[in-house]
Design a protein around this ligand. Structure first.
Ligand code: GLV
Ligand code: MN
Ligand code: MN
Length: 417
């Protein structure tokens, strides 16, 4: 296909779509919370599905709740292997408006630009809305892409349970899907290539003044749930040397997570972002703490190294205080390289748009990591203002949003031939 210089993004529509989605699940602090398969997630999804239908896409869903919307018109082989793009609409608690939605409505903006320019392709282009990327409800994230790539069996996903004991299969029944679903695991060879548009969520592009990042690899992740089991007791009557304070053990361990990342180095990072203290009374020694740690590294060996240090630190933090602990692995995802073919397509697309692009790894997890197991994949990053994400102040200059969509449109045209 020839690159058309007239591929222009409808800026007003793109910004209106992002604004509309940002109202769904919005809290007074300006952040939005859309947990996987929740009412808010369903509302956001049905808004986008309506927009997709209006854009003439063939909108289907699969067995785990992913949406797959195909551009069948202006295409030589509408039933053949597709060039896929897309991202997610679920969010972290009180997250920003761009993490996920940009890659979904940005994809729609790109396809509408191709339509306006009358671009014909050999392969069909498909937008996926992946379900449950953030892992803020069920025990794991990247649910939809893990199913689509075959990384996790559909049955195992349907059996997941949220903290209230609600089973994924039952939550899915209230998601609003009608009709026969597509298989949750995509048929081998049915996806030609994948490219996901996303905000960078860090400060590299902003610092270098380059508007487009081409993602070369995605860091791996280990998440573990840990319970520290001490003794709840009276905060006034119990001498300091007779306590089994679960929170002090947990606090010591949190510091060990930081130290483990420093010792391992090489881009390894560790976070304890969730801590629940029970019974949670101001005059009660904490009897139990439930925590989740999130460890990341760009190479499998580094990921194992930080994980081992953090596990060893559990005993070292708990035992001296007479506190017991339990831990369970929630998720381990290996780091994954992206593929040269789509990376070169993004670079050619950026050049066609007259934009600088730089190659860079992603520290955040994305659905592209699993899609890379099924087909050649990459991502397009646009700069994040102040490098902020997973918080209400996440933002990107509208000009950069537009440029990301424009580069995506050209990339899809190149990959779809
Ligand atoms: C998802 O955004 C993650 O990196 O946790
Ligand atoms: Mn995220
Ligand atoms: Mn995301």
């Amino acid at each position: 296909m020839r690159l058309s210089p007239s591929l222009s993004i409808d800026r007003a529509q793109l910004l209106a779509d992002l604004d509309r989605l940002s109202l769904i699940g919005r809290a007074p602090d300006g952040g939005m919370t859309r947990r996987a398969l929740s009412r808010e997630d369903a509302e956001a999804r049905s808004y986008v599905m309506e927009r997709m239908r209006a854009a003439g896409l063939d909108v289907r869903h699969d067995e785990v709740g992913n949406v797959r919307a195909r551009r069948r018109g202006r295409c030589k082989a509408p039933d053949g292997p597709c060039v896929m793009t897309g991202s997610h609409l679920d969010s972290v608690p009180s997250g920003g408006k761009l993490d996920g939605p940009l890659g979904v409505v940005g994809a729609l903006a790109a396809i509408e630009a191709l339509d306006r320019a009358g671009v014909h392709t050999d392969k069909p282009i498909e937008i996926a809305i992946f379900v449950g990327e953030e892992g803020s409800r069920f025990p794991r994230g990247t649910i939809g892409s893990a199913a689509m790539s075959g990384h996790v069996a559909v049955e195992a996903i349907l059996a997941l349970q949220d903290p209230d004991g609600i089973v994924y299969r039952d939550a899915l029944a209230t998601y609003g899907d009608r009709g026969v679903p597509l298989p949750g695991c995509a048929e081998k060879g049915s996806i030609d290539s994948f490219v996901e548009l996303h905000v960078e969520q860090g400060g590299v592009l902003e610092a270098s003044g380059v508007p487009i990042g081409v993602v070369t690899a995605i860091a791996g992740l280990v998440q573990r749930r840990v319970a520290f089991l001490g003794d709840a007791n009276h905060a006034g009557a119990t001498p300091m040397n007779l306590r089994h304070d679960a929170l002090l053990a947990a606090a010591d361990w949190c510091l060990s997570v930081e130290r483990a990342a420093q010792v391992v180095g090489g881009g390894a990072v560790g976070t304890v972002g969730k801590l629940e203290v029970s019974p949670g009374g101001k005059n009660i020694i904490p009897g139990r703490v439930d925590a989740i740690c999130d460890l990341r590294a760009p190479q499998p060996l580094l990921l194992s190294a930080i994980d081992e240090l953090v596990l060893a630190a559990l005993r070292a933090s708990a035992a001296p205080r007479g506190v017991e602990f339990e831990q369970v692995l929630l998720q381990r995802v290996e780091p994954g390289p992206m593929d040269e073919r789509p990376m070169r397509a993004v670079e050619a697309a950026a050049a066609a748009c007259g934009l600088l692009a730089q190659r860079m790894p992603s520290g955040a997890i994305h659905d592209a990591l699993h899609l890379a197991e099924a087909c050649p994949s990459t991502m397009i990053f646009v700069p994040s203002i102040g490098g902020k994400s997973h918080c209400p102040t996440e933002a990107t200059d509208p000009q950069h949003l537009m440029q990301g969509c424009e580069v995506l449109a050209h990339t899809l045209a190149i990959l779809a031939g």
